[in-house]
Ligand binder design. Structure first.
Ligand SMILES: Cc1cc2nc3c(=O)[nH]c(=O)nc-3n(C[C@H](O)[C@H](O)[C@H](O)COP(=O)(O)OP(=O)(O)OC[C@H]3O[C@@H](n4cnc5c(N)ncnc54)[C@H](O)[C@@H]3O)c2cc1C
Length: 381
């Protein structure tokens, strides 16, 4: 019998396995033949401290040190590379841009206003008649998602964790003090289950007799278009609309574009709808001089949100031994180092790490209990 059984091998399950295997026996179960098949393999690979709610922003800040200087054995190449991000606004969005700047600067003072001409100098395809204002986050980075995910999986394995693919969880029940988890690869037993099943996390809860939290998977579309002729796009910053109507950035010689859609759907192997791609093309063409001749590849992934759009990390308040690590929304890669360390502390019924507490992150705002019962006071800070 293992100490801990993790369900889901995306970035959440992988990072938790890495941390938890340092102090106990861990089995990770993944339904697919490869761990990054769902949301983790479909992201925009962006590390920004200026996107998402305040809890998310703090968790990103708390993850930066690990991503900048991972432990020596983790990988032998950088996980972050400089990108920068310009948040742009039309005339009708200037009030929103002012509010965004104010919020951003409370946590990241290096985020500043950028003159429209300076924004166009950095991204020459931006239309002068579209752009009324901009702010810049100079230290926004590109993430090497594959490198981070594989680093966690490799590290977990070298600490003794067993990673089992093609192991779809079908039944979960109690046998004495233990959980018995029936999968397509056989039965597994553990004292604690960590539910890191992404879009399926509420379904796993129901299988275990735990009340679901009301997690909502939301589909987001992305596509590649060829770089505009005559433009050297490699050094362009990411461009993000202040009202979350689109974003684009250079990606392996092409432009990665998203209409920033967030359509609630059932948990599934998400695929892009033609209409969402067309909306993305229309928004890109409206804000820039780019005329899209063809879309070279399109895909979609699920961003799964709790009712307050903050992640859920902690023991279920109703059922013993059932631990949630879910609801990472559109921010699960950049926050994974901090969330995995929070997971380690809370599983061991300890206070959160000091650096997380110093940033104002509390166990209470991560706890599944915030959606129903009060959580034990000793875990609130
Ligand atoms: C278009 C897009 C852009 C994004 N951009 C960014 C970004 O720039 N930066 C950022 O930080 N985040 C971004 N995200 C969000 C990020 O990708 C997610 O928050 C993160 O990948 C969630 O990780 P996860 O491990 O929870 O989910 P997943 O990667 O989906 O992993 C969950 C795993 O659980 C497994 N599973 C489910 N049910 C079972 C079962 N019954 N038995 C066994 N296994 C099961 C699934 O097969 C899956 O592999 C983006 C997401 C999308 C879609």
């Amino acid at each position: 019998m293992a100490d801990i059984l993790i369900i889901g091998g995306g970035i959440a399950g992988a990072s938790a396995a890495y941390e938890l295997a340092a102090s106990g026996s861990v089995i990770l179960l993944e339904r697919e033949s490869q761990c990054g098949y769902h949301s983790t393999g479909r992201s925009a690979a962006s590390f920004t401290e200026n996107y998402g709610g305040v809890v998310i922003r703090r968790l990103a800040l708390a993850s930066r040190a690990f991503l900048e200087s991972p432990p020596e054995a983790f990988c032998d190449f950088p996980l972050l590379s400089p990108r920068g991000m310009i948040t742009v606004a039309r005339a009708d969005q200037l009030e929103l841009l002012r509010a965004e700047l104010e919020l951003a600067r409370t946590l990241v003072p290096s985020i500043t206003t950028l003159d429209v001409e300076a924004a166009i100098a950095q991204v020459p395809v931006l239309r002068r008649d579209y752009l009324a204002g901009a702010i810049i986050e100079p230290h926004c980075m590109d993430l090497d998602v594959h490198g981070i995910h594989q680093g966690f999986l490799r590290g977990a394995k070298s600490r003794g964790a067993k990673l089992i693919m093609n192991a779809g969880v079908e039944t979960i029940d109690r046998v004495g003090d233990a959980w018995r988890v029936g999968t397509t690869a056989g039965n597994f037993f553990a004292r604690i289950i960590v539910n890191a099943a992404g879009a399926w996390a509420d379904r796993i809860a129901v299988q275990a007799g735990v009340r679901p939290l009301g997690l909502v998977p939301k589909r987001r579309t992305a596509f590649h278009v060829p770089a505009p002729p005559g433009q050297d796009i490699g050094a362009w910053p990411m461009v993000n609309d202040v009202a979350d109507e689109f974003y684009f950035k250079p990606d392996a010689g092409q432009l990665f574009v998203s209409p920033a859609d967030a359509t609630p759907v059932e948990p599934m192997d998400a695929y892009p709808e033609d209409l969402d791609v067309a909306v993305g093309v229309e928004r890109l063409e409206r804000a820039t001089t780019i005329q899209v001749g063809r879309v070279s590849r399109s895909w979609a992934g699920l961003r799964t949100f709790a009712p307050d759009a903050a992640p859920v990390v902690g023991f279920d308040s109703g059922v013993a031994g059932f631990f949630w690590l879910a609801g990472q929304g559109g921010y699960g890669i950049k926050t994974s180092p901090a969330l995995a360390r929070a997971c380690f502390s809370l599983i061991h019924e300890a206070a959160l790490p000091d650096d997380l507490l110093a940033l104002g992150i509390t166990a209470a705002e991560l706890s599944p209990g915030r959606f129903r019962d009060a959580i034990p006071l000793e875990l609130t800070s």
